[in-house]
Design a protein around this ligand. Structure first.
Ligand code: NDP
Length: 304
C-alpha cells in the first residue's frame, strides 16, 4: 500500500520551528518582516496573500500588506519596490503573481533586492542556486525537498524525473534535487516518449498544470510521486473521470460545485511507494517555506 506524505503535518512542524527562531531573534531585538504586494482584485490571489499574512501573525513575523489598484503602472510598482528594498523593517518582499497583463512582471521581479527575494525568483538567486551557493530558493520546490527529507525518502543516487521546467517550480526543483545528489532528468512539452522516461523515476515530480496528466502507465511501481499540480475541476464529466466512487470527494464536490485535482491521476497513486495527496501534500509547504525564507533573509541581512 502506498504511504501518504502528509504535507499538512510537515508544514506545521516547519512553522513551529520558524516560530521558535522568531522568538530567538526577538530576544536579540530583531523582528523579521514581510511585505506582501497584492495588485488588483484577483480572488484566488487575495485568498493566498491573506493566508500568508495571517501565517506571519501566527508565527510572530511582522507583515505589511500593500494593495495597489488594478490600474497601477509598472513605474509606480518599481517605486514601491525601491522603497521596500530600503525599508529596514522589511526582510522579505513578496509580489503576488499573476500581475495584471499591462505590468512588466520581469522588470518588477528583477527590481527586488536579491537579499529580500523570499520567493527566490530573482536571477541572482536562481544563479546562486545553480552554482551551489547559499540562496533563497523558491518556496514550492524547497517544500518538495523538505517533504522528501522529513519523510525519510532517500534522494542521493536516486533517479528523479521532474516533469515541468518553469522558473518557479520545475527548474529550481531539479536544481535542488541535484544538490541532494539525485540523478535528475527534466522533461517538458517537447520531450519525446515522456512515459518511457517517467517510468524510470524513483522520484517523480509532476509540475505541469494539467489535471491528472500522469497516468498509471507512466509510473514506475514503488516510486515516490510528488504532485505539485493544483487544478480546479468543475464539471461532472471531469469529476467522474478522476474520482468516480470516492464518496468523500463526491460530498465536497456537490457542496462546492468544484474540487481540486493534481497533475497526477489519482489511479496512478495506487502504484506509488509514497505520494503527496492533492490537496494536503505540497500546497501547505509553500507558505511554510515562505515563512522560513523570511526568517532566513532576516538573518542573512544581519550577517547572522
Ligand atoms: P507552468 O505552466 O509555468 O509550467 C508548466 C510546465 O509543464 C512547462 O515547463 C511545460 O513545458 C510543461 N508541460 C506542459 N504540458 C506538458 C506536456 N504535455 N508534457 C510534458 N510537459 C508539459 O506551470 P508552473 O510550473 O507554474 O505550475 C505547475 C503546476 O504546479 C500547476 O498546476 C500549478 O498550479 C502548480 N503550482 C502549485 C504550487 C503549490 O503551492 N503547490 C505553487 C506553484 C504552482 P514547456 O516549458 O515546454 O511549455
Amino acid at each position: 500500500m502506498a504511504s501518504i506524505l502528509d504535507g499538512v503535518a510537515i508544514a506545521l512542524a516547519i512553522k513551529q520551528e520558524v516560530a521558535q527562531e522568531v522568538r530567538a531573534l526577538a530576544a536579540q531585538g530583531i523582528r523579521p518582516g514581510l511585505a506582501a504586494v497584492l495588485v488588483g482584485n484577483v480572488p484566488a490571489s487575495e485568498i493566498y496573500v491573506r493566508s500568508k499574512v495571517q501565517t506571519c501573525a501566527e508565527l510572530g513575523i511582522y507583515s505589511d500588506l500593500i494593495t495597489p489598484p488594478e490600474n497601477t503602472t509598472t513605474e509606480a510598482l518599481l517605486e514601491l519596490v525601491a522603497s521596500l528594498n530600503s525599508r529596514d523593517s522589511i526582510d522579505g518582499i513578496l509580489i503576488q503573481l499573476p500581475l495584471p497583463s499591462h505590468i512588466d512582471s520581469k522588470i518588477l521581479l528583477d527590481a527586488v533586492s536579491p537579499g529580500k527575494d523570499v520567493d527566490g525568483l530573482h536571477p541572482v538567486n536562481a544563479g546562486r542556486l545553480q552554482a551551489g551557493r547559499p540562496a533563497l530558493a523558491p518556496c514550492t520546490p524547497a517544500g518538495v525537498i523538505e517533504i522528501l527529507k522529513r519523510s525519510g525518502i532517500p534522494i542521493a543516487s536516486r533517479h528523479a524525473v521532474v516533469v515541468g521546467r518553469s522558473d518557479i517550480v520545475g527548474k529550481p526543483a531539479a536544481m535542488l534535487l541535484l544538490q541532494q545528489n539525485a540523478t535528475v532528468t527534466i522533461c517538458h512539452s517537447k520531450t519525446r516518449d515522456l512515459g518511457a522516461i517517467t517510468r524510470q523515476a524513483d522520484i517523480l515530480v509532476a509540475a505541469i498544470g494539467r489535471p491528472g496528466f500522469i497516468t498509471p502507465e507512466m509510473v514506475n511501481p514503488g516510486a515516490t510521486i510528488i504532485d505539485v499540480g493544483i487544478n480546479r475541476i468543475n464539471t461532472r464529466k471531469e469529476f467522474d473521470h478522476f474520482f468516480a466512487g470516492n464518496a468523500r470527494r463526491e460530498a465536497s464536490f456537490v457542496t462546492r460545485g468544484s474540487t481540486i485535482v493534481g497533475d497526477v491521476h489519482p489511479a496512478a497513486f495506487k502504484l506509488a511507494g509514497a505520494y503527496t495527496p492533492v490537496p494536503g501534500g505540497v500546497g501547505p509547504l509553500t507558505i511554510a517555506m515562505l515563512m522560513s525564507n523570511t526568517v532566513r533573509a532576516a538573518k542573512l541581512r544581519r550577517g547572522l
